[in-house]
Design a protein around this ligand. Structure first.
Ligand code: FES
Length: 85
């Protein structure tokens, strides 16, 4: 099962909107995080946020199979979707 991650769920800010700031920060991911607060609350989005900004991708697919934190990621990034068995 795959999960599409396209935002910092805590700050409710999309990677797409963060991509618009990459140039202002000379590509510095930490600068984008400090400007917006994205990635600075729970930190779960950080690996994907950093990759999205580095690779200029608004959405990343994350393979959940085999991940110990799969249920936690689903709940955090898609809290309104029912769990699938
Ligand atoms: S999901 Fe980005 S800080 Fe929590």
């Amino acid at each position: 099962m795959k999960l599409c991650i396209d935002r910092c769920a805590c700050r409710r800010v999309s990677f797409q909107s963060l991509l618009a700031l990459v140039g202002d920060c000379a590509g510095d991911v930490d600068c984008v995080m400090l400007l917006t607060g994205a990635g600075l609350q729970c930190g779960r989005c950080r690996p994907w946020l950093a990759r999205a900004l580095r690779e200029h991708l608004p959405t990343l697919e994350v393979e959940l199979d085999g991940r110990a934190d799969a249920a936690e990621l689903l709940q955090h990034f898609q809290p309104d979707e029912p769990e699938r068995g």
